[in-house]
Design a protein around this ligand. Structure first.
Ligand SMILES: Nc1ncnc2c1ncn2[C@@H]1O[C@H](COP(=O)(O)OP(=O)(O)O)[C@@H](O)[C@H]1O
Ligand SMILES: [Mg+2]
Length: 320
């Protein structure tokens, strides 16, 4: 199951992603956490030392594309592969508990058993539909080739930017958690995201963060309504961790721990919809091909679509 944390900068996406990844690992995982935020802090918050950080996906796009395309006859080269290029027969598929060369080369495992991957740093100017070398594109390729099942988790720390809308990345998740502080800006980002995602059947829940009392909860409930799923309190344990003190989940306030448990239950009850996933993969690839990718590659990228490819566990049997 894929869970993305989105929201305004500073709302707590990275904090929530790290807490949730730790929690799922504690409950047995497997869990892969991916840092796709503009400010790359997830490793730090997961307790990974600077000199132990994984190699960034975004700097190894060619290698990743070459691995994923395998011997798919519809994809001639890594250069012809863009972030939306879908898998087909012959492509290599990924498992969350897999030891394929993407996980082996680009993930490090934390002491708590979370596997961390990172896009590498990027700037606001790197975002946008026409960015051929998009670092976040590595995440889209990864998710398009991932076959995940119940009880397995990919946690993505995301920027709530236009890039994920243009490319279709925002449709690659089973559940999108919008992290909002109890402020007008916080709920403003929620409304924008909700309005855009509504046409694509994206499942969103809102998690209020750094909530300081009943007035904050009432504000969020008033502004967000039924989409408000949980509220996380301002946490002394998180603050202490930020100040460099050792942290484990047992330090977390009971109400916040309960929020994590509820969120995991919510993810576990979310139905998996491979049919929609496959349809949207193709839809966004066609859109990107026309918008920029045909021009960028000098090829007709429509032809990369394998009409007989079936998304989900059935594909594993086909590709062996
Ligand atoms: N529930 C919380 N309690 C206390 N501090 C928090 C909480 N959530 C986030 N923070 C702090 O707020 C700051 C921004 O959080 P961060 O997760 O980095 O936001 P984002 O990834 O959305 O930019 C960090 O210093 C973080 O430690
Ligand atoms: Mg962040």
């Amino acid at each position: 199951m894929r869970v993305a944390f989105v929201g305004k900068g500073g709302s707590g996406k990275t904090t929530m992603s790290a807490l949730f990844a730790r929690y799922t690992a504690l409950r047995g995982g497997p869990v892969v956490a991916i840092d796709a935020d503009i400010n790359q802090h997830l490793g730090m918050v997961l307790g990974v030392a600077d000199n132990e950080m994984p190699k960034p996906l975004g700097s190894h796009l060619t290698e990743i594309k070459d691995f994923l395309r395998g011997d798919n006859p519809l994809i001639e080269s890594a250069a012809a592969m863009v972030k939306t290029t879908p898998p087909g027969r012959g492509s290599r598929l990924l498992r969350l508990d897999g030891d394929d060369s993407v996980h082996e080369r680009f993930a490090v495992t934390t002491a708590e058993g979370v596997r961390l991957m990172v896009t590498g740093p990027f700037a606001e100017s790197d975002l946008g539909v026409s960015c051929y070398h998009s670092k976040v594109g590595a995440v889209e390729l990864y998710l398009n080739h991932l076959v995940d099942g119940p009880g397995e988790y990919a946690v993505i720390d995301m920027t709530a930017g236009a890039d994920s809308f243009a490319s279709g990345l925002f449709t690659r998740f089973d559940l999108t958690v919008l992290v909002a502080e109890p402020s007008r800006q916080g709920v403003g980002v929620y409304r924008q995201y909700r309005d855009y995602a509504a046409d694509f059947g994206v499942s969103i829940v809102v998690v209020g963060n750094k909530v300081q009392g009943p007035d904050d909860v009432a504000f969020l409930r008033d502004q967000v309504g039924d989409d408000l799923f949980a509220c996380f309190e301002h946490s002394a344990a998180v603050r202490a961790m930020e100040q460099g003190r050792p942290f484990t989940l047992s330090d977390l306030e009971p109400a916040n721990l309960d929020g994590l448990a509820r969120l995991l239950d919510r993810v576990d009850t979310q139905p998996k919809d491979w049919e929609t996933f496959g349809r949207q993969t193709v839809e966004f690839h066609l859109r990107n091909a026309e918008a920029w990718a045909n021009r960028a590659t000098g090829a007709d990228l429509k032809s990369q679509i394998d009409p007989s490819f079936v998304y989900g566990p059935a594909a594993l049997a086909l590709t062996g």
